[in-house]
Design a protein around this ligand. Structure first.
Ligand code: SF4
Length: 470
């Protein structure tokens, strides 16, 4: 399973930029600038990848649209983590057969985690013949070359070989937001949790060099970004593969030292790799937001073992206690899977106990979704769907109650929030985030968007806080 990382050289990226230039010349002959539609499913890593796809497309002379009818290029960046997302992608992809019939010059591209799965690539090859280009995350850096080939020769391209994961610096980026930015610090995962497809489609862990990350953050701060999220499937493993190893806490410290008024967030963390050093660094670094997303997935040790999570609940709770001792107002969020194969309702109730012990601010909850190719997909799963659903509803009800109680505790306080957008709601026209990433809807002037503001919290529900700018 171990594979070396492919580091893409600056010369190879320059070749891709040359392909961008060649496509831009082709596009310049069109009566009007062509448009592209990039549709993104799944996690923030996919959002970050789509920003690079847009960066390449912009260099090729494309503008952007959300309307597939007017797009000459459609890129669907997919997620393989749950069956539901996969079905949505296949449904939307199927519908594009009609769009393409009306616009035969349209190019349809499928990329992301689903595209890297051999069974999906085969399905596209056989049954979705209107799709022109399929490529996995490993070959995203070659997108201009693939698109140029298609424009010059037509035909179909499938770039989905299971090759070593790559690291490519220097790909242009078009960001969607002007306040918040994603910065990938590493790619892939070595953990092989038994339900998860990520290590199979995104490859082994590989870290970007700290100097490349720091340069990117410095540029973002210079451009006025105020909320920077460091991304990786397991950021706590950062640096283990670097020639001069440094750990994630050291990286945080160095990002924190960049001058400017901005917040640093990060995700996702694996509990087994979350260290006391990380917690102390979070407590010490004033720009690191007081929030931790630490997935525990299940509250029962037997289930955790079958999930291959490699920690116990006692260890998880010890870490939470240590973190709360250092940062008493830490905002905690987590992921939970209900109905993992073989989980009994008694074992599920251990998950409820964890909720009561930790009192998370928010939870991302899922009913187990088998992913073909993972060990869990072949495990016996005797619990009926109705029982899973009943347990799921109990979990959501308990978390809703905790979230609402925690949110109500903000009422009467004034919190420094980053105002990040407009809502269209006449009573609360602004949206923002507390340092702990709680959603705030607030009354105040539109000119506050993109700034930190003191917000007096006047109301709350289980999803968000309400207030007014002071
Ligand atoms: S840590 Fe586990 S759940 Fe997270 S990406 Fe890696 S294998 Fe998947």
């Amino acid at each position: 399973m171990e594979r070396a990382t492919t580091v893409i050289s600056p010369q190879d990226i320059q070749i891709q930029l040359d392909h961008c230039q060649a496509v831009a010349q082709l596009n310049a002959r069109l009566p009007q600038p062509p448009l592209a539609f990039v549709d993104t499913y799944g996690c923030q890593q996919n959002e970050a990848d789509s920003e690079r796809i847009r960066g390449y497309l912009a260099r090729m002379g494309y503008g952007f649209t959300q309307d597939e009818e007017e797009a000459r290029v459609i890129v669907i960046n997919t997620c393989a983590i749950r069956e539901h997302a996969e079905q949505r992608v296949l449904g939307n992809l199927g519908a594009l057969v009609h769009t393409k019939r009306r616009h035969p010059d349209q190019l349809i591209c499928l990329c992301g985690c689903m595209a890297q799965e051999p069974r999906i690539a085969e399905k596209i090859r056989q049954s979705y013949r209107h799709v022109d280009l399929v490529f996995g995350p490993h070959t995203l850096w070659k997108f201009p070359e693939m698109l140029h080939t298609l424009l010059s020769h037509r035909g179909r391209i499938f770039q989905t070989a299971d090759e070593a994961g790559s690291i490519a610096e220097g790909i242009p980026v078009v960001r969607q937001d002007q306040v918040k930015a994603w910065v990938s610090i590493m790619y892939g995962c070595n953990n092989f949790c038994s339900y998860c497809i990520v290590p199979y489609v995104r490859g082994r862990e590989r870290s970007r060099k700290p100097e490349d990350i720091l340069r990117e953050v410095e540029e973002l701060v210079r451009d006025g970004y105020k909320d920077i999220t460091l991304l990786g499937q397991n950021v706590n493993s950062y640096g283990k593969d670097l020639a001069e190893p440094m750990d994630f806490a050291d990286l945080l410290e160095r990002v924190n030292a960049i001058p400017g008024d901005f917040l640093i967030r990060f995700m996702t963390s694996h509990p087994k790799d979350a260290t006391q050093k990380l917690f102390e660094t979070m407590a010490r670094c004033e720009k690191v937001a007081p929030v931790l997303h630490l997935p525990f997935q299940a509250g029962n040790d037997r289930v955790l073992k079958v999930m291959n999570r490699r920690h116990t609940i006692a260890e998880y709770l010890d870490k939470i206690r240590a973190l709360k001792a250092l940062i008493p107002d830490i905002v905690l969020t987590s992921d939970v899977i209900v109905g993992f194969p073989g989980e009994t309702t008694a074992e599920f109730e251990d998950t409820l106990k964890v909720l009561e012990a930790v009192r998370f601010d928010a939870l991302f909850t899922f009913i187990f979704s088998p992913r073909p190719g993972t060990p869990a997909a072949d495990m016996d799963d005797p619990m009926p769907r109705e029982e899973k659903l009943r347990n799921f509803n109990r979990l959501v009800a308990l978390q809703d109650q905790i979230s609402e109680e925690k949110h109500r505790a903000y009422i009467g306080k004034t919190v420094r929030c980053l105002m990040d957008g407009e809502s269209g709601d006449p009573d609360y026209p602004l949206t923002g985030r507390t340092p702990g990433n709680r959603l705030v809807r607030a009354a105040g002037p539109a000119s506050a968007v993109g700034t930190f503001a003191q917000v007096e919290i006047t109301g709350a529900n289980k999803w968000s806080l309400f207030g007014r700018l002071r």
